[in-house]
Write a protein that binds this ligand. Sequence first.
Ligand SMILES: C[S@@+](CC[C@H](N)C(=O)[O-])C[C@H]1O[C@@H](n2cnc3c(N)ncnc32)[C@H](O)[C@@H]1O
Ligand code: SF4
Length: 325
Amino acid sequence: MSELIDPFGRKIEYLRLSVTDRCDLRCNYCMPVGFSDYEVPENWLSFEEVERVIKAFARLGVSSIRVTGGEPLLRKNLPDLISRLSQISGVDDISLSTNGTQLTKYSKDLKQAGLNRINVSLDSLDPNEFSEICGKNVLDKVLLGLDSAKQAGFSPIKINAVYSQKTPLSSAESLIEYAMRNQFTVRFIEVMPVGDTGRNVGISNLQSLKKYCESKYGLVETLERGPGPARYLVSPTSGFKVGFITPMSQHFCETCNRVRLSVEGTIYLCLGQNDKFELRPLLRAGISDDELLEAIKLAITMKPERHLFNEQPDKIIRIMARTGG
Ligand SMILES: C[S@@+](CC[C@H](N)C(=O)[O-])C[C@H]1O[C@@H](n2cnc3c(N)ncnc32)[C@H](O)[C@@H]1O
Ligand code: SF4
């Protein structure tokens, strides 16, 4: 039972933990080409510091941790961190968001370390489109990474595809059919105006794709909701699911159960607001465990009611890779 209740009565049970702000790709809605304004390594929370903070969150009732970045598999010895997190009492779900480029190297170790679930970002199965969006010609590597995750026994594996104004319908269809063949779940995400990159790509709306999927694939609405914000359509015969993450056209702030912790130890209370709480200075000044619990409780009192992406699209200057998407 979470002790973390924000001013709007929402229970905070889910933490997105960014382990690096670096990335080997440059997705056009996320990292600007040539971006190198990274956090200096002295400011990265060490694995010991991360473990301590997650223990504190877990004592306060946070049970799901999603490891993200930047590209989390670029952080050295990530399976070691996963293994530490998986032994924390109260943490019962550890998942990873990755671009998949390093997965063939790590799938087995991650499974052994206790990782429960994997989401892989994959926007297109067309090699040219993929390189145009993500800045590198590595589609094959990502597909092999997905195979390796399947072989390592991860299930369900979710594919996250950013759906932009420019995404051809045929591209979405290819992803859905690839997911069906492989027993993956695919989820489409509306572009958010996070950083100039998000704004430049242009926000998108998934409502017509959702309607199209209902008629083309015979999918029906389900009320089933996971720990995240996706709404799903499901096939009544096979159970195959397509998810829609719609922060722009149908926001889900009233059910928000999460906060984010960045690589340098800043708690971000909302992806679409600037409210934040700096934990690193306190950790490095020798704060006690009880004081750490109080600091986290205080941070949660700063959680805003909702994002203002539609009303104030210029508000968020930091890019997604910085906050921990
Ligand atoms: C920032 S990435 C970090 C983890 C990993 N590198 C990956 O790509 O999965 C997490 C998710 O944020 C999404 N994302 C990044 N910028 C976005 C934006 N402006 N709008 C919507 N989603 C975005 C990515 O597509 C990805 O699914
Ligand atoms: S979305 Fe993920 S893979 Fe793409 S640039 Fe951002 S952090 Fe890197």
